[in-house]
Write a protein of this length. Structure first.
Lengths: 308, 189
């Protein structure tokens, strides 16, 4: 097993499958039990180092570490020495001195986890770095597809929306392609980086018309329109975006009957996804959150269990 | 099904004898649990699971009574994660009735250090509260490191630490056999 999880590209098909299988076993191990806790990582310390706001990812990592009995230290930039000007390196050295076995980092700068991995002895898990990657999100998405549709290999997956700013999209293209899925990126040209189809994984397709793509996909993954990352105007108006790229009831009915709708959250209801779709039984949004805990348990177990 | 054929090994129990040993354990379970009416058989992966199923099948053949069977993986309860690293996690499937108030019989292929059974007892404690817990093993090879003993033993095989006992079952290995082999480098679990 690998020592850090910085990019979905760190995972080949074999390793990724090992993570997904382990996650399924973890699910099984604690299903229908009163004590939802395993002693596996007793005495290990996991630090959640969050330089960016996050609800589900931080809580999910915290729940995963706690279910494996690890000690969890939560660190958020707000209210810490970072607001006094401490650098990432000095914070990292502090964590190192505290003996962190794993550091889960979310940072607005793409590549920050790579820097961190050079400064600490423990495992580093990228929980989202800038517009770069979010590998555990891709793993939980693949896990959700596998549990709903039985496989990932051979699936046709459309990732729709703000690919430009989306670390979720990047990690998913890498992981899903490694697992044998065919990925189509859909969005307005302003939100699809030029040449992205070959940049991440060969076989990735780029399309601009959502309605053409929908009838042929098994999975449609809606990305959040990241208004906080948009200084410029990437599309004329929210209404126009919704009309062309929003998933509403009519578009849901254009999907094949077995197809599922995914969203990494948080959603802009009424923008990229209509409430009708978000709450439909074909949406896996709540499942994705639950699966996130299992997948992160698996990742922590495999990384921290790596022979020293 | 791939076994190292090069290693010189001694066959301790061969095909039909293994079935007889399982039959005997099934009879003993019936005798010692008053007909096994509240029993639950929990196999420890990998080979404890098919053994637990076989015991249930035999008990059904003798008494026309279904004993619930499940699998209890102990990988996440091991005490050697730091030493040996992460291992593949096996399946856990509990029978629908659970284990609360039942006589749980843990089933494994080989009893050695006792650490697997210790882990299984810990796992069981998190799952529920059985009325009693017993242990059935196909082979007891000695060298205990914990105060643990089996209630039902198929065969006691005195071994040296540099030897290993390999249990092969039709369900997992295509054949029924118990072998004594030289241990591979690095010892065995």
């Amino acid at each position: 097993m690998i020592r850090h999880l910085l990019s979905a590209a760190d995972l080949d098909a074999g390793t990724a499958t090992e993570v997904l299988d382990t996650a399924a076993r973890m699910d099984e191990a604690i299903a229908d039990r009163e004590v939802k806790k395993l002693p596996t990582l007793r005495g290990r310390t996991v630090v959640n180092l969050f330089y960016e706001d996050s609800t589900r990812t931080r809580i999910s990592f915290e729940a995963a570490a706690k279910r494996l009995s690890a000690d969890v230290i939560n660190f958020s930039a707000k209210g810490s020495s970072v607001s006094k000007g401490e650098s990432l390196k000095d914070t990292a050295l502090t964590l190192q001195a505290m003996g962190a076995d794993a550091v889960v980092i979310r940072h607005p700068a793409s590549g920050a986890p790579y820097q961190l991995a050079g400064w600490v002895n423990g495992s580093v898990l990228n929980a989202g770095d800038g517009t770069h990657e979010h590998p555990t999100q891709a793993l939980l998405d693949a896990y959700t597809m596998r549990s709903r549709l039985g496989r990932v290999d051979g699936l046709s997956v459309a990732i729709v929306g703000d690919v430009l700013h989306s670390r979720v999209a990047r990690s998913n293209v890498l992981l899903l392609s490694a697992l044998g899925a065919k990925v189509t990126l859909v969005g307005p040209p302003t939100l699809l980086p030029l040449g992205i189809e070959d940049a991440l994984a060969s076989g990735t397709e780029v399309r601009y018309d959502l309605d053409e793509v929908l009838p042929g996909v098994d999975v449609v993954m809606m990305l959040r329109v990241q208004r906080e990352r948009m200084e410029d105007a990437y599309f004329p108006s929210a209404r126009e975006y919704t009309r062309r790229y929003g998933l509403d009831g009519a578009r849901l009915r254009a999907l094949p009957e077995h197809a599922i709708v995914m969203h990494p959250g948080p959603m802009n209801r009424g923008m990229e996804i209509s409430p009708e779709v978000a709450d439909s039984p074909r949406s896996t949004i709540v499942e994705q959150v639950a699966n996130g805990v299992s997948v992160r348990m698996a990742v922590l177990y495999l990384l921290l269990g790596g022979a020293k | 099904m791939a076994q190292p054929t090069a290693a010189p090994h001694k066959v301790i129990i061969a095909g039909p004898d293994l079935a007889r040993v399982v039959d005997r354990i099934a009879h003993q379970i019936l005798e010692r649990t008053g007909g096994a009416r509240d029993a639950v058989l929990l196999g420890i992966p990998t080979r404890g699971v098919p053994l637990a199923r076989r015991l249930a099948t035999r008990i059904h053949a003798f008494e026309d009574f279904e004993v619930p069977v499940g699998a209890l993986d102990i990988t996440l309860y091991r005490d050697d994660l730091r030493l040996r690293g992460a291992r593949a996690v096996g399946p856990t499937q509990l029978p629908p009735g659970g284990v609360d108030g039942r006589s749980v019989i843990l089933v494994d292929d080989v009893l050695f250090s006792g650490r697997t059974v210790r882990a299984a007892l810990d796992a069981l404690g998190d799952i529920g509260r059985p009325r009693l817990v017993q242990l059935a093993v196909l082979v007891d090879r000695g060298h205990r490191e914990l105060p643990i003993r089996a209630d039902y033993v198929g065969k006691n095989i005195p071994t040296a630490l540099r030897e290993m006992v390999r249990v092969l079952l039709v369900e997992t290995d295509g054949t029924d056999e118990v072998r004594l082999e030289p241990a591979p480098m690095g010892g065995q679990s």
